[in-house]
Design a protein around this ligand. Structure first.
Ligand code: 2AM
Length: 223
């Protein structure tokens, strides 16, 4: 028999409208430009580059091949656990093609990833799969993650450093949120966009003074 085409997508998520994508890219790039000139950042530059005294151009450091989106469910064409069940949910079918406004409340930068934290509304949480925050989380981080509210992992990957996969952004965000909860925040710097804090090992968190909203469409994505 002929091989059947995969019926399930690579993933589902909210995709930023084209003009919104440009606006968010500009705003977040401005933040990167400022970040790599800060003394506080320069003090920890060795976490981003092995070469001593070397400067890092963060705009070049992070690359992003996919359209900007906030993943709800990674299906891996049906190979991921719960993919089929998710695709068959009535809420998922009804939401497909519908507009939704996302609210970005913070930005994160680590040696691996650059991302935007998304604060999901109650309605948006209906599309967040149960237990999804924990998928692929290291055992040592699990207790911390389990104490965070559902949807804490929601984010938009803005870029990854060479050789790093996008899935890392959510894991980096969770690590930061757990460290914050444990009260492990270090240096704080006031910036125009908000309060920047350092969380060891090259992890930076910018709590935005004002949330950045973005219009999106919920849909599936396959390559
Ligand atoms: P992201 O949500 O952090 O951006 C395709 O790989 C998309 O699915 C990316 O947007 C990626 O990361 C997301 N994704 C979520 N979970 C994943 C996983 N376990 N493996 C690969 N990609 C995953």
């Amino acid at each position: 028999p002929e091989e059947k085409k995969p019926e399930l997508p690579l993933f589902y998520g909210w995709f930023l409208l084209k003009e919104e994508e440009e606006r968010i890219k500009c705003a977040t790039m401005d933040f990167l430009k400022t970040l790599d000139t800060l003394e506080a950042f320069k003090e920890h530059i060795s976490e981003f580059t092995s070469e001593a005294n070397k400067e890092v151009d963060l705009e070049q450091y992070f690359q992003n091949p996919l359209p900007l989106h906030c993943t709800t469910k990674f299906c891996d064409y049906g190979k991921a656990e719960g993919a089929k069940e998710y695709a068959e949910l009535q809420v998922v079918k009804e939401a497909t093609g519908k507009s939704e406004e996302l609210s970005v409340t913070a930005l994160i930068v680590t040696p691996r990833t650059f991302g935007a934290r998304v604060a999901l509304t109650e309605t948006q949480l209906n599309l967040w799969p149960e237990g999804e925050d924990k998928v692929g989380v290291a055992p040592t981080l699990l207790p911390g993650v389990e104490s965070l509210p559902a949807g804490s992992r929601a984010h938009v990957t803005l870029g990854c450093s060479a050789g790093v996969e996008a899935v890392q952004t959510g894991l980096d965000l969770l690590e930061i949120l757990v460290l914050q909860k444990e009260g492990k925040e270090g240096t704080q710097v006031e910036m125009d966009m908000g309060t920047l804090s350092y969380l060891s090992e090259g992890r930076w968190y910018l709590a935005l003074r004002e949330a950045i909203t973005a219009d999106t469409t919920f849909s599936s994505f396959s390559e």
